[in-house]
Design a protein around this ligand. Structure first.
Ligand code: SAH
Ligand code: SF4
Ligand code: F3S
Length: 469
């Protein structure tokens, strides 16, 4: 087998004593479902597999390894995995006929939640690996290649991030000028509808030094905008460079010092964890983009209580007022669930009223999906599907109106745009507004990675059109 060497500082701490690695002889196809954290995890798994000799491919038929990075949040999301596995069964059989192997792995939150059950339902699956053990992937694969079926869903005692290799600089450059960086994982909140505390475990915050080192690598590879990720990102509290405990606000100030990093964001936040320091960061830190995803789920106090959200509707509205007082151009986004058990028409009306009061720039809304093992699934008064459908339609119509209104309010204004990638149409490039909308500009307006001043000329369905100001 051909061997090639890699630079020592291109591999993570765990790979310290790894000086040679096999040339990319095998191919891996990774499919990602669910939230941004899974997008980040898929990249880190791809990085770990690169050291193990697997090159990423977009062609599933060519893959020696297929990895599905799955989501368990709603039933529909979880069931997608099984329909995908159905399709893969045929591909695997075809490859077997041609004498080629195709290992099939299930990672992510379905893996953590269902474990060995996945292999029982879909015997073609060779390995199941939960989010806490991705750094063990190469070892797990070695066993799987020798024919063993593996289920790896323990919560690892070691710090996975310490052991996951860093990607090469060239790979980071290829990934573009915006990046995700997970700073916090897991959740201790136990909202009664939600699987995350069970699939991702309890809250863990990465230390500042680790986060800064990763952000510096990103900046060095040309990344201009970093989004800090966590299931409960504003509950992040990590060991600082001074060994004191820091909160997210302080971390943001520190990251803003890194040369090249012009824009910072964080997601997803819980209203209970928006502390004064974080609100002050919105006031005092220009690099922190004026956009905040702050889910509330419902506008009814009764339902908020049943959901175990641990605040009332008016607490949320007061908080929004404080955040807007700190940064008046901040745009808000949220998540909503309709049809939680016991939700009456009056409860739903309270949600509509809260949406009117806040006036969102964008939002996600979902029909309640009972999840196995969560308290909500056991509650009486489950709401009929038809009622959920009808409420969802009304809520989405209102949210869409607000989103379009927000877009239209920007026409004629001059704003900063980070140029991100070539446009779908020739002669165009696509940028990103401070509020996360795609901004279509002439390709000569600037280079990818530039932040330019543009004037918004019109709105598209979900995008803005602009010319150089
Ligand atoms: N940590 C975040 C949410 C993560 S899950 C928070 O606390 O807000 C993302 C979104 O999925 C949630 O905000 C919620 O709106 C939705 N969601 C979670 N569980 C759900 C369920 N069982 N049914 C429907 N939607 C759900
Ligand atoms: Fe789920 Fe978010 Fe509640 Fe945690 S805070 S249980 S992730 S909805
Ligand atoms: Fe889904 Fe897991 Fe994210 S359940 S939303 S992939 S944390």
């Amino acid at each position: 087998m051909e061997l090639n060497t890699i630079e020592r500082d291109d591999i993570g701490a765990a790979a310290e004593d790894l000086v040679v690695l096999p040339a990319a002889t095998r191919k891996v196809f990774v499919k990602t479902y669910g939230c941004q954290m899974n997008v980040y995890d898929s990249q880190r798994m791809t990085d770990a597999l690169a050291i193990d000799g697997y090159a990423a491919t977009d062609a599933i038929g060519e893959a020696d390894l297929v990895l599905l990075n799955t989501c368990h949040i709603r039933e529909k999301a979880a069931e997608k995995v099984y329909s995908e596995l159905g399709r893969i069964r045929e591909l695997k059989a075809e490859r077997a006929k041609a004498g080629r192997e195709m290992l099939v792995g299930v990672a992510g939150c379905v893996a953590q939640a269902e474990g060995a059950e996945i292999i029982r339902r879909s015997p073609l699956v060779d390995l199941v690996i939960g989010p806490q053990t991705y750094h063990r992937l190469p070892g797990v694969l070695a066993k799987a290649r020798s024919g063993e079926k593996i289920v790896e869903t323990d919560y690892a005692v070691e710090d996975k991030f310490e052991h996951l290799p860093q990607p090469k600089r060239a790979e980071l450059i290829r990934r573009g000028v915006t990046a995700f960086l997970t700073v916090q994982e897991g959740c201790d909140k136990f909202c009664t509808f939600c699987v995350v505390p069970y699939t991702r475990g309890s809250e863990v915050s990465r230390p500042v030094a680790q986060i800064v080192a990763e952000a510096e690598r990103l900046a060095d590879a040309g990344v201009r905008e970093v989004t800090l990720l966590g299931q409960n990102v504003n509950a992040w509290h990590g060991r600082g460079e001074d060994s004191e405990e820091w909160g997210l606000g302080r971390l943001l100030f520190r990251l803003a010092e890194i040369p090249g990093l012009a824009r910072l964001r964080y997601t997803t936040s819980h209203p209970r964890d928006m502390d004064d320091e974080l609100i002050a960061a919105h006031r005092d830190l220009p690099a922190l983009m004026p956009y905040l995803h702050l889910p509330v789920q419902s506008g009814s106090d009764r339902i908020l209580k049943a959901m175990n959200r641990r605040h009332m509707a008016k607490d949320y509205l007061t908080l929004i007022d404080r955040i807007r007082a700190a940064r008046n151009d901040i745009a808000l986004s949220g998540d909503f669930i309709v049809g939680f058990p016991g939700e009456t028409e009056a409860d739903f009306e309270a949600t509509m009223q809260l949406v009117e009061d806040v006036n969102y720039a964008s939002a996600f809304s979902f029909k309640y999906s009972p999840r196995p093992g969560t308290p909500g699934a056991e509650m009486n008064d489950q709401v009929p599907e038809a009622v959920k459908d009808e409420r969802l339609q009304r809520l989405q119509a209102l949210l869409l109106k607000q989103q379009q209104h927000f877009g239209a309010s920007l026409v004629g204004k001059t704003i900063d745009t980070l140029i991100e990638k070539p446009g779908r149409q020739a002669g165009q490039k696509v940028g990103r507004s401070p509020w996360l909308q795609p901004v279509i500009v002439d390709e000569k307006a600037g280079e990818i990675g530039d932040i330019i001043r543009v004037r918004i000329t019109k709105t598209g369905y979900n995008s803005l059109f602009a010319e150089l100001a």
